[in-house]
Design a binder for this molecule. Structure first.
Ligand code: FCB
Length: 447
């Protein structure tokens, strides 16, 4: 079926600083937890690091031209905190601010809307050394950092995101240790959850006093959860996963309270005494939109060894992506409709959706990725379906504009709609990029 999106629908693509910029020691940039983590033996595939990544720092104009050629309406990027405050505090590093000014001006010159994320996981190492997201002070530092960026770019950037996926920062960074800073401690993951949310609140405070006129929101990675069977124990396990992944973040932001079942669930590890008076008011200050990153739905079963607290997320059935993630466009519709039903109505953006596949350059020099075209086609239709059910979805950012440093999996997973030959830094638009260009032009999909 042919479908059309609402007029002005914001078609974009996304990246994040550490995944694409490289130039980690240039123009006064300080070290971040991802520099430390990726340089620690055994933490990333092949020991890959973001030292060079896509070298976007040096290839900015070419990448901007590539965006324009693709017809992108918006580009979502993140600011590397350690470029602005090398040690996470104090006066801004002008060279760092200048880089992002150049990026934003370059976007405007090409009529591409800048969408700026303040924090996509690259905490200054100096702040981690002082306790990182397990301590309150880091939230205060984040508020100050946000104020500096609002000051420098508040008039130029219409769309702001405070944090990208605080669940990943807290629960992979401090809960499992799969991400920087590599700590595995449930109590610390809970502290990090709260201090990240408080940091979001502090950034909103700073936004209010900055006089900037754009829109501000937060991006969460949300995953709908289904029970593996109708056994009530599986149903209870679903509540726990949904609680941890979704409600632990959505409820404080939109209802001003942590979910009671989660507070009870974590009682053995934490009494939530890190919540101070006024914190939840700050965290639940109004936002203009919610950014949703959707990759998959979870099928959840009770853990037979720990039926009271445990759970198992089951391996997805076919089809899967190169990440091993299940392909489930209906989950996106379900998620958007649920947000609309359970939380205050507000504009939504898909700030990330996309997939890794085994892309390669063929003998003719092209990169054909029909799996990604099918994936995006199905997910765009799923989003359109939600709009048809009354969801106020305003835009869609494909992850990612370029193949890049996929965190602990290094360069082994390719999410780009543009292929990157990392040895030469050549960019080759994949078939999906050319397909996406037509979707954008048409503001919809053909049969
Ligand atoms: C998200 C991250 C993004 C990218 C995709 C695949 O969790 O926000 O940086 O790694 O996953």
């Amino acid at each position: 079926m042919a479908i059309n999106f609402p007029d002005g629908f914001l078609w974009g693509s996304a990246t994040a600083a550490y995944q694409v910029e490289g130039a980690v020691a240039e123009d006064g940039r300080g070290r971040s937890i991802w520099d430390t983590f990726s340089h620690t033996p055994g933490k990333t595939t092949h020991g890959d690091t973001g030292d060079i990544a896509d070298d976007q720092y040096h290839r900015l104009d070419d990448d901007l031209d590539l965006m324009a050629a693709l017809g992108l309406k918006a580009y979502r990027f993140s600011v590397a905190w350690p470029r602005i405050q090398p040690d996470g505090a104090g006066r801004p590093n002008q060279a760092g601010l200048d880089y992002y000014k150049r990026l934003v001006e370059g976007l405007h010159r090409r009529s591409i809307t800048p969408c700026l994320t303040l924090y996509h996981w690259d905490l200054p190492q100096a702040l981690e050394d002082a306790g990182g997201w397990t301590i309150r002070d880091t939230s205060e530092r984040f508020g100050e950092y946000a104020a500096l960026v609002f000051d420098a770019l508040g008039d130029e950037v219409p769309m702001w995101i405070t944090l990208n996926e605080p669940w990943v920062s807290a629960w992979q960074g401090y809960g499992t240790g799969a991400h920087a800073p590599g700590i595995a401690d449930e109590a610390k993951a809970l502290q990090a959850t709260h201090h990240l949310l408080l940091a979001h609140g502090r950034a909103l405070d700073a936004w209010g006093s900055s006089g900037a006129k754009g829109q501000i929101g937060i991006t969460l990675n949300l995953a709908p959860c289904l029970p593996a069977s109708d056994d009530p124990r599986d149903g209870a396990a679903v509540q726990r996963v949904d609680g941890n992944q979704n409600r632990l973040f959505l409820d404080p932001i939109f209802k001003g309270a942590y979910p009671e079942d989660m507070v009870r669930h974590y009682q053995p590890t934490s009494d939530f005494s890190f919540v101070a008076d006024g914190d939840l008011e700050a965290i639940s200050a109004p936002v203009d939109f919610l950014g949703v990153n959707y990759y998959m739905r979870h099928r959840v079963a009770a853990d037979p060894n720990d039926p009271e607290r445990g759970f198992a997320i089951l391996a997805p059935g076919e089809p899967i992506t190169a990440m091993g993630w299940g392909i489930d466009p209906d989950g996106l519709t379900a998620l958007l409709v649920r947000l609309d039903a359970d939380y205050p109505k507000l504009p939504l953006y898909i700030t990330e959706n996309g997939a890794a596949f085994y892309d390669y350059v063929d003998p003719e020099g092209g990169v054909d990725d029909p799996e990604r075209v099918d994936f995006l086609d199905a997910h765009f239709r799923a989003a359109h379906n939600a709009i048809g059910q009354g969801v106020d979805l305003r835009g869609y950012f494909v992850w990612s504009f370029l193949d890049n440093f996929e965190w602990s999996l290094g360069y082994s997973k390719r999410f780009g709609i543009n292929f990157v030959d990392f040895a030469t830094q050549t960019r080759i638009p994949k078939a999906s990029a050319r397909w996406y260009q037509k979707v954008i032009q048409r503001n919809g999909l053909d049969d």
